[in-house]
Structures are given as C-alpha cells and as structure tokens.
Design a protein around this ligand. Sequence first.
Ligand SMILES: Cc1cc2nc3c(=O)[nH]c(=O)nc-3n(C[C@H](O)[C@H](O)[C@H](O)COP(=O)(O)OP(=O)(O)OC[C@H]3O[C@@H](n4cnc5c(N)ncnc54)[C@H](O)[C@@H]3O)c2cc1C
Length: 286
Amino acid sequence: MGAQARIHELLAAGQTVSFEFFPPRAEADDVALHATLRELEPLSPSYVSVTYGAGGSTRERTHKLVVEIARDTSLTAMAHLTCAAHSHAELEHLVGRYADAGIRNILALRGDPPTDANLPPGELDHALDLVRLVRAAGDFSIGVAAFPEPHPASPSLEADRFRQAEKLAEADFGVTQLFFEARHYFDLLESLDKLGVRKPIVPGIMPVERIAQIERMVALQGSEFPVWLRDRLEAVGDDPEAVRQAGLEEAAKLCRELLDGGAPGLHFYTLNRSRATREIAALLGL
Ligand SMILES: Cc1cc2nc3c(=O)[nH]c(=O)nc-3n(C[C@H](O)[C@H](O)[C@H](O)COP(=O)(O)OP(=O)(O)OC[C@H]3O[C@@H](n4cnc5c(N)ncnc54)[C@H](O)[C@@H]3O)c2cc1C
C-alpha cells in the first residue's frame, strides 16, 4: 500500500471530491460495495470515507473496510469514529490500530447514543473530546461533522454555532450534514468566520432520488426539505425515473452554487451505489 494522503493537505492543494460509504452488513452487500468502489475509482476521488456504527453494529467492519480500501485500491481512506458507548482506552486502542495500518485520516464524531441498552455509556461526552484524543494519539488529519442547519439537540442557533466553532478550531476540516439550500452553508461559514474559525468545510451532498427516502432522512436529522424542491420533484409526475433525474439536476445546481461561492470540495453520500454519483459528476464535468 502507498502512503495515504492527509485530507487537510489535499484541501489546501485544491478542490476535493470525496465519496462516503457504509460497511456492508452481509456478504452479498460486500460484493456490491466492491463493485461500486471499482465503478467510482475512475473518477479519481480525492478520498473516500467509511461510516462507523455508534450503536456497535458495524464497528469491526468499518476498520476492515477502511484498511482494505487503503491496501487494495489506489484510494485514500478516512475512517469515521464515534465516541458514544466507548471507553477512553477502547478509543485509544482503535486509533492505534488505524495508525499501525497506515491510516492517516479520521472523522471524529460523537455519534448518536446507541439504542442497545447492553452497551455501556461512553466516557467521552462530545466530538471535541475525541478530536483531542486522536490528536494526542498520532499524526492524523482530523475532520469533524459540521451542521449548516443547527444540530437538532442544540438549544439555539447561537449555542450551536459556538460549539461548532470550538470543535472546528481544534480539528483540521469539517464535512457537513446534507442540506438543500446553499444559503445554509454560507450562513454557517459566516458565523464561523465571525467566531474567528476559518477551517475548510466540505459540503455533504445527497441527491434526492426518491421523495419518501429524503423525507425520512431530513426528519431524523431535523433539517429542511424545501417546499420549492418538493414542488419541483412533484411537478414531474409519478415517473420515478423523471423524479430521479430532476433530483440529480437540482443536486448538480447546488454543487455549482457551492463551488462558485468558494466551497473547498464536494463530499457525496453514495449510499453504497455508484449511479447517482457518476451521473452528478458527469453533469458537473468532474
Ligand atoms: C459528515 C457526517 C458524518 C457522520 N458519520 C457518522 C458515523 O459514521 N456514525 C454515526 O454514528 N454518526 C455519524 N454522523 C452523525 C453524528 O454522529 C450525529 O449527528 C451526532 O448526533 C452528533 O455528532 P457530532 O460529532 O456532531 O457531536 P458533537 O460535536 O459532540 O455535538 C453534539 C451536540 O452536542 C452539543 N455540544 C457539543 N459540545 C458541547 C458541550 N461542551 N456542552 C454542551 N453541548 C455540547 C452540540 O452543539 C450538538 O448539539 C455523521 C454526521 C455527519 C455530518
């Protein structure tokens, strides 16, 4: 395996394009994901990332997949890691295993509290505590989650922006939750700038392929599904392929607006499939 690049250095060198995957649950899904990786590799993403199950379900599979990507493909990998339901010692051990495997990029998250009552509560309260642990453990490029619309647990927009600034000040870069209005992203940057924080924040992009699917996601994360976007998708009628196409075109428009406004890159939530990402990349000429 070649040396893995460090993401904040890639961001400093030019616009990045990155893809996010989740670890497959079954062997058949594993085969499909490896096909997706092969289909997306020709787009030469700057890096790819693999999510981590805060609830405990996919912990080992995340490590396995991140190490496989770094070892068996030409891609730079980033491991998501959550501190929910982990002890300090467990986290140090996990981060040490990544360092030993040559992985140099970690997205440090709190995660959502696990629903499994058998899991002990975590020893670290917030993502910032994990940023500090990872920083102390090795030479990593450290990303954190950023929220253009406030995190649903935040008591106010002001409190939310303050906590994000505090966390980003110690991290190297941020990757955002999905959103559909460019103004949310630019508002976040403005707030952070006022708080003296100017780290690269990569917008997270998910095209609407089916209205019901996005409705579930935005409800979970407490963000907005804009009326104009719903109207635009409903206007094309009942044909699922026409809805998908309209969703892709709107996602591509959002990407252009973000890049024109100075976004340092684009991070695509692939849901382990390549088609939508390949089609948006083609629309954008990537
Ligand atoms: C790009 C991206 C990738 C993600 N990947 C994963 C994944 O792989 N696995 C997974 O389980 N989840 C993932 N998530 C979801 C994330 O874990 C949840 O949104 C979680 O609820 C918050 O995580 P965080 O890292 O932002 O936490 P934190 O930064 O700890 O923030 C959580 C809440 O606590 C508040 N807060 C922070 N510090 C303090 C403090 N000192 N005192 C009081 N309040 C405070 C914040 O304002 C916020 O409301 C991802 C999210 C994003 C945007």
